[in-house]
Structures are given as structure tokens and as C-alpha cells.
Write a protein that binds this ligand. Structure first.
Ligand SMILES: C[S@@+](CC[C@H](N)C(=O)[O-])C[C@H]1O[C@@H](n2cnc3c(N)ncnc32)[C@H](O)[C@@H]1O
Length: 234
């Protein structure tokens, strides 16, 4: 596995991209938002799904379906307060935890001090990282906030090695007025799972689970051998 040069994305590109961020993305730069994020995150999936979906249950679902191995290189895309980065580090993986927001990264570093996590300020829609440099990628709700989710998915698929694992958690489209308001005012996107699948032509949807509007999906690169057939979605 190639070592990742964290300087691959010039700082100017991160900065210039800020002019084109959505309101939701910009909100993550405010220190009070970053400071309170972990508190919201601990309850958010329960609120969004309407059933008890605590962080421990989410971690167990991810670990059970994706099985990250010690020594593997994983990217946590839009790490925020470092939830998936921490889960991966405790499983023994080497993690690049990336986020647009320096305020989020500062909070995450304190919460998850494991030495096998590297932290990087990157816009992952155009990361500049080498192709095929990760065994796995976790995307916890970043799809909802990024400016161009199709572009983000293309870029993350490029970063994944053949046969690698892509884990997605996102609030899927329900068409409710609340989602439409958030889309209009905050620039949020609530993708349809079939749309997500169409953005990932080189990957196969290997497993999924649905809790209310909260969608979890595991995709695998084409080269994976001996993969199990699609698990039924809930
Ligand atoms: C909903 S939060 C992610 C939560 C986190 N993944 C978790 O599971 O707890 C979205 C995060 O993605 C970051 N983000 C949004 N668009 C991004 C992009 N294009 N590149 C990198 N980070 C991005 C935001 O700064 C924010 O911290």
C-alpha cells in the first residue's frame, strides 16, 4: 500500500474551494458547531431514524459488515469529531481522517488521540491523493453535506484500491418538506440509494441496511474475490 503524501493537496486549493462551499459546509468552520458536534452525533441517528440507533450499534454494524483489518489503510472522509476514525483505529487500521474544517479537526484530534490516525484538512471532492491508496473508505453523512456528491463519490472510488471497501452512511431522500427546506437553505443533499449506486459504476453494492431515513451501504471494488451476494436491505 502506497504511503500517502498529506501535502498532496496544495493549501491554496483548500482555501479557494471555500468560496464554493454550501452553507452546511461553512457552518462546520464555526468553533461552537465543532465543539457541540459530538453531542449531536451521539443522538442524531436515533432522531433521524426514529429508532434506537446509538453510536455503539452503528459501530457494530460497520465492523460486522466491513471487517477492517489491522494494518489496513483507511480514509475517513469528512471525519468531523472523528467517530469512524476512532472505530477504525481501535480495530488496528491506519487511518487518514480528513475534513474541510480545521475546527472539526481540532476537536477530533483531542477526542481520538490514537497515534495511527493522521489528520488532514482536505476538500475530498478533489483530494489530490494518489489513486488506489486505501483499502477502505468510510463516509459518515459527508454525502449529505458536500457540495457535489457525485464528484465526491467519483473521487473516493478513485482512491480505493481494487477490491477495497466503501462504507456509506447517509440520510436518504424521503421527499419530506423538512428535507426540502434543508436542501434549499443549507445546500444539503439527500440522495436516493439508486442514484448513489449509479455514481459508483466500478463498485458493487454488497450489503445495506435501512433505519427510517438512515441508509448504510457497503460497496466493494470489482476485484474482490469470493464476495458474498447482496445482503438483503432492511
Ligand atoms: C455530517 S458531518 C460527518 C460526520 C462524521 N463522518 C461522523 O460519522 O461522525 C460532515 C463532515 O464532512 C465535512 N465535509 C463536508 N464536505 C466535505 C468535503 N468536500 N471534503 C471534506 N470534508 C467535507 C464537514 O466539514 C463535516 O465535518
Amino acid at each position: 500500500m502506497k504511503r500517502m503524501p498529506l501535502s498532496a493537496q496544495p493549501q491554496e486549493r483548500v482555501n479557494s474551494s471555500r468560496a464554493r462551499l454550501t452553507p452546511a459546509q461553512r457552518s462546520n468552520f464555526w468553533p461552537p458547531v465543532a465543539a457541540g458536534y459530538a453531542l449531536w452525533r451521539a443522538r442524531s441517528l436515533t432522531v433521524l431514524s426514529g429508532e434506537e440507533l446509538a453510536l455503539g450499534r452503528e459501530a457494530a454494524l460497520f465492523l460486522g459488515l466491513c471487517r477492517p483489518q489491522p494494518g489496513e489503510r483507511w480514509l475517513d472522509a469528512g471525519t468531523s469529531a472523528g467517530f469512524y476514525a476512532g472505530v477504525l483505529a481501535r480495530a488496528g487500521a491506519q487511518v487518514l481522517a480528513a475534513d474541510l474544517s480545521p475546527a472539526m479537526l481540532a476537536v477530533a484530534r483531542k477526542r481520538e488521540p490514537a497515534p495511527q490516525i493522521e489528520w488532514a484538512e482536505l476538500n475530498l471532492e478533489f483530494s489530490g491523493l494518489p489513486s488506489a491508496s486505501f483499502d477502505g473508505v468510510t463516509v459518515g453523512a459527508t454525502l449529505n453535506e458536500t457540495r457535489d456528491p457525485a464528484r465526491l463519490l467519483r473521487e473516493l472510488a478513485r482512491l480505493l484500491r481494487p477490491g477495497g471497501t466503501l462504507w456509506l452512511m447517509y440520510a436518504a431522500r424521503t421527499g419530506t418538506p423538512a428535507q426540502e427546506r434543508l436542501a434549499r437553505l443549507g445546500g444539503l443533499t439527500f440522495p436516493d440509494p439508486a442514484w448513489v449506486e449509479r455514481q459508483l459504476p466500478g463498485l458493487r453494492r454488497a450489503a445495506g441496511a435501512r433505519f427510517g431515513s438512515v441508509q448504510f451501504e457497503r460497496y466493494v471494488g470489482e476485484a474482490e474475490k469470493g464476495a458474498t451476494p447482496h445482503a438483503p436491505s432492511r
